[in-house]
Structures are given as C-alpha cells and as structure tokens.
Design a protein around this ligand. Structure first.
Ligand code: FES
Length: 323
C-alpha cells in the first residue's frame, strides 16, 4: 500500500484515491476548491518521492522545478512526502478597497507590501490565513494601476469568495503568490486582431488585457464579447461602452443567456477578422472556453493563437467543505 507523509501524519492511500482525498479523509485540512486541476488551491510541494505527471499539468515550468503539484490530480504510485508550499514565496498585502461591480461581482483592491511582477490578464494565488486560498485573475494593468485589482464572483459554497463578499474590509490582510498564466497581451504583431471572449467574472482579466493593449496603442481591431448568465453577472457596461466610443478599433458586446447564445456573435466576430493573424483570449466557464475554442479552431486558428483561462468551481461529494 502506498504511504503519504504530510505534516507528521502517515496516511495509507486507498486504491484509486487521489492525494487530496487521502488528506481530507485523514483530516489534514488541505486547501482545495475546484477538484478539477483548474484553481490551484490544492497546490502542495513534494519533499521526496515521485510526482505523477498528471499532478503537474497546467503548472508553470518554475512551479514544476519547485516540485509543486496539484493534490486533486495526484494519484501517487509510490511513497510521497508533501508539505504546503513554502510561505517564503508569498508577499503580504492589504485590502485597500472593495466595491460591488454588480450584485454578484465584487472588485477587490489589494496593496502589496512589496512590488509584484505581473502582466495584465495573469492570475495569482491569494491566501487569507494559512489554509483559505484561491487563485484569481488580475484585472489591473501594471502601467496604469498602483494597486492589484480582482473581480470576484460569489460562488455557492466558495469560502474565499464568501469571505470577500461578506467579511473583507479595508485593512484586511492577505498574502499573494507569484503571477502565472498565458492569458496576457504579450507582443502580438502590430495590427493583429484581438478577440476577447469571456463569461461572468472572466471579464476581469479581459478588462485588464484590453486596457493594456489600448495603453500600448494597439492598432488592430479588438472585439470584446461578454456573456453573463443573468443580469446580476453583467457589469462594467457603461465603462466599456465609453471605451468603445473613445477607441474606434474597439467593438464591445454583452449579452445575458446560456453559452449557445454567444455563438452568432462569436461567429460574426471571427468572420470580421483576419483569422491568420488573430489572437484570441478566452476567460470564464469551461463550457464557454470549450465551445469558443472549437469555433476558433474550425475557423483555422491554431494553438498558438488561442490563450485561455478556465475557472469553474466543481465539487466532489467525497470532499466536504470545499474552499
Ligand atoms: S486545482 Fe486542485 S482543487 Fe482546484
């Protein structure tokens, strides 16, 4: 039987069990949320043993080099010793502002104690206390915003989003990890069309990316499509309409409905652009990202032209009290 060593506990892994399930069963109080390899809440660091490849899918080369792994995706086949990631890599930050963007979305403004290196559109791990953690995408732009901005959607059963929506206040203390992710403006060809497609609070990183591109005087056409499941998840409309008035190369559309409702708008946006040069950025629910990716691929865009950041909160019955 494979044994797991974690903070002084030795746990026998049951057949088919993930590392996360074993830690929950042993009441080791691990952090987790999506249980799908997406949110990185369950990040742990191996101290000895072999890390299964599947446990590092989606991590950056830097994280892999540090022997970090996703406990929810980890099915060890030999003894493994793990610990929580070293806190030395975290930066202290204070809540400097909080406001409702809509009934379902809060803007959280953080002032880090020391500068954080990031690009608009990337995501970053936030900790409140030792165990309450979640990664969120940045809505701020380093060149434009002195603080870090996050759009945080209330998620049923989500402890971190519940804390932000009900208890966080100016002066609350958190810690930050390092910025990760490929959903960033980068250096596209001058004049390349940009397709920004998001749902819910997936608008946050796209809003940052859009302002970054405009600030860098992007000359190509930019299409921003935002899908909201209901009126409560629709936000920033006035500001984005205003931006589109100021920038003739920006076209902004928002709508309320299911993922299928976005298809005609998305197809029209794809038809309007030069598909050989377009860069697409997809942020939000996995159904939206999957459907948009399929349509973009059908239109001839290749992997290097499509950048995505999926955030879903799935829960397993066998894992109580997810964060
Ligand atoms: S990535 Fe493991 S819980 Fe989300």
């Amino acid at each position: 039987m494979v044994q797991i060593h974690f903070e002084g506990k030795t746990i026998d892994l049951k057949p088919g069990e993930t590392l996360l399930q074993a830690l929950v069963r042993a009441r080791a109080n691990p952090s987790y949320s999506c249980v799908a390899g997406l949110c990185h809440s369950c990040l742990l660091q191996a101290q000895s043993g072999t890390i299964p490849r599947a446990a590092q899918v989606g991590l950056s080369p830097d994280q892999c080099q540090q022997d970090l792994l996703l406990a929810c995706q980890c099915r060890p086949e030999s003894p493994l010793t793990v610990r929580r990631p070293h806190s030395a890599r975290r930066t202290d930050a204070m809540v400097s502002g909080i406001r409702a963007l809509s009934p379902a979305i809060m803007e959280l403004r953080l002032s880090p104690r020391s500068p954080i290196s990031y690009q608009a559109g990337q995501h970053i791990d936030l900790w409140h206390g030792p165990y309450l953690t979640r990664h969120y995408s940045l809505a701020s732009v380093p060149a434009l915003d002195s603080d870090l901005l996050f759009h945080i959607q209330a998620v049923p059963g989500g402890q971190f989003s519940h804390w932000v929506h009900t208890q966080a206040e100016v002066g609350s203390l958190l810690q930050l990890g390092s910025a990760q992710g490929d959903c960033r403006y980068g250096s596209p060809q001058p004049g390349a069309p940009l397709l920004l497609i998001g749902s819910g609070s997936g608008l946050g990183p796209l809003y940052g990316l859009l302002r970054d591109a405009l600030n860098q005087l992007h000359r190509g056409p930019i299409e921003l499509l935002h899908l909201a499941r209901d009126e409560h998840h629709l936000y920033l409309q006035d500001e984005l309409i205003q931006l589109a008035r100021q920038h003739p190369n920006l076209r902004y559309s928002s709508l309320v409905g299911p993922v299928e409702a976005l298809a005609p708008l998305l197809d029209a946006a794809i038809d309007r652009c030069d598909q050989r040069r377009a860069q697409a950025y997809l942020c939000g629910a996995s159904r939206l990202v999957t459907e948009a990716t399929r349509r973009l691929r059908d239109a001839g865009l290749n992997e290097s032209q499509i950048h995505s950041d999926t955030f879903d909160a799935q829960q397993l019955d066998s894992l109580p009290d997810p964060i």
